[in-house]
Design a protein around this ligand. Sequence first.
Ligand SMILES: Cc1cc2nc3c(=O)[nH]c(=O)nc-3n(C[C@H](O)[C@H](O)[C@H](O)COP(=O)(O)OP(=O)(O)OC[C@H]3O[C@@H](n4cnc5c(N)ncnc54)[C@H](O)[C@@H]3O)c2cc1C
Length: 282
Amino acid sequence: MKIPIVFARRFVAGETADQAIEVVKTLNQEGVKTSLDLLGENVENLQQADAAVQEYRELFDKIAAAGIDSGVSIKLTQLGLDFGLDACLERTSQVLQMAQEKKLFVRIDMEGSHYTQITIDAFLALLKDFDRVGIVLQAYLKRSMQDVANMANHHASVRVCKGAYKESESIAYHSMDEIRAQYKAMVMHLLQAKCAVGIATHDDKLIDWAVAWVEENKIDRSLFEFQMLYGLRRNKAKELVAKGYRVRSYVPYGTHWFPYFYRRLRERKENIFFVLKSLLVD
Ligand SMILES: Cc1cc2nc3c(=O)[nH]c(=O)nc-3n(C[C@H](O)[C@H](O)[C@H](O)COP(=O)(O)OP(=O)(O)OC[C@H]3O[C@@H](n4cnc5c(N)ncnc54)[C@H](O)[C@@H]3O)c2cc1C
């Protein structure tokens, strides 16, 4: 049975690129940039990965035609990573080539820990041929400070987030204090190395800390931006824009929305309440 998207509308901008682009236009009017995410992960065969490449082609054309201020976020398992690095690199290169032609930035999302190393390997291989590409590192993974040092050596653009997947205590911090401490260390290391950083969180403790730290250390505002997920903390985003910070909203859309929606419900019980409330109000 197909679950209707009405359940996920709080977090998902629609099932089509056109619907998502309308959402982006409104966010752009509020001074918020975006990164569009065509939902989909762990394709079952390479035909599905090829179909995703085609959908990105259409998306890039639509972004250019609409004149919106948006990049794109991609997941490598949507582009065939489960079928080997080469199969994935072939398709991801096509996506990056199309983005490069339209001068659009592509961020490679980070998935579960099974994919961390191969995602980094793929990113570093792509970085040799493309510059409008960035990666994500997760503060809950114990390995992430080493990955930060590696990315700083490559002067990479990095989105720092806490991490959204269920990971074991042997490889991931579970206590919020430890996750926040490593999050801060990652952001400081990257900004001190003059890497472009996406500070992706809805957590006031981290946002307030980041604002204070960048001001104290006179970090150039063009080097970093705050990033939030569509449907969350819109007022906070407006507040940061009003203070002159760059803010980007991650705007997911598409028919394969269930895993993304499930991660949002799992990470915060209030999100279940938001969904129920929006169903009643709509
Ligand atoms: C732009 C973006 C991109 C992301 N990309 C990835 C990725 O590629 N890979 C990945 O694994 N994960 C990704 N994530 C998800 C991320 O890893 C976390 O799972 C998610 O952001 C929840 O962590 P948090 O820091 O936002 O706040 P949480 O840890 O959920 O909450 C901490 C505290 O923040 C405050 N807070 C949080 N949400 C709200 C709210 N809606 N309203 C009011 N207060 C709130 C509350 O005080 C809460 O107790 C991304 C997140 C963002 C924002």
